[in-house]
Design a protein around this ligand. Sequence first.
Ligand code: G3H
Ligand code: 13P
Ligand code: ZN
Length: 313
Amino acid sequence: MPLITTKKMFKKAYEGGYAIGAFNVNNMETIQGIVEAGKLENAPLILQVSSGARKYANPLYLKKLVDAAVTDSGLPIALHLDHGDSFELCKDAIDGGFTSVMIDASHHSLEENIAITKRVVEYAHDKGVVVEAELGRLAGIEDAVNVSAADAMYTNPEEVYEFVSKSGCDSLAIAIGTSHGAFKFKSEPKLRFDILEKVSKLLPNFPIVLHGASSVPQQFVKQIQLYGGDMPGAQGVPEEMLRQAASMAVCKINIDSDLRLAFTAAIRKHMSDNPTHFDPRQYLAPAREQVKEIVRHKLLNVLGCSGKATEIL
Ligand code: G3H
Ligand code: 13P
Ligand code: ZN
């Protein structure tokens, strides 16, 4: 089967109380690690590409790698633009074969966010592509949008119905206390499940997206520290909170930092254990393997989407 949109994935995820993992990809080894995990767990996947990834790898290369992943795995896979910051960027991704795009105009006023999102929706729907939008602002580094903790803003539930009905978006990212990167909480992790609850009552059966949802596994932080890295205080969203979100209206959970941590921790260890190695295959293979293991764990124990590929195919 070819690349698919997230429409059926989200319908099934909503009904089944689970979430689809949306994993950021920048290179072949990460794609292979994620897809191998998906194959082992028979899970649907969203592979997403940020503007940073497009600049690093060239979207043409990433699209071909993802096409190869679809052919190789036979899994239901959607290719998604992460944090598109303009109509032009979204259009470029749609024209380039992406099946889903995010327009992130959350730093604009409500009216402007609606207008920009609506323009993307009209173009995307005409081509059979779905659109994720964002209301509220996450702290941390969003791809093209640098939001400081002081500027972060929880989603206002009173705005969601107007936003979704006027913009026509297919899914909505909301801000409930998660943030991008590996340093999410300075003290006790806390998410505003009350906001998620209110939003889901106002938008029945509507798929909600959680950005900044890496759990920052401490075994990777320790491995990085042990082999010369320095990441004191790295902390993510506890897995039980992600499971709770997945059982509610959250149908898409975005994970990037955890893949970076898995990859880097494996390379640091390998280089330290094997100072004579200089063939990239020698250290990229364990990095790919560690990505596979963490993704497998997420699919099975956090997202709850193991075995769900069959109901989407
Ligand atoms: O939301 C941000 C993602 O983690 C992408 O990060 O812009 O460094 O590729 P990036
Ligand atoms: P993390 O930094 O928590 O992995 O979030 C990734 C993300 O939201 C990509 O859009
Ligand atoms: Zn994000």
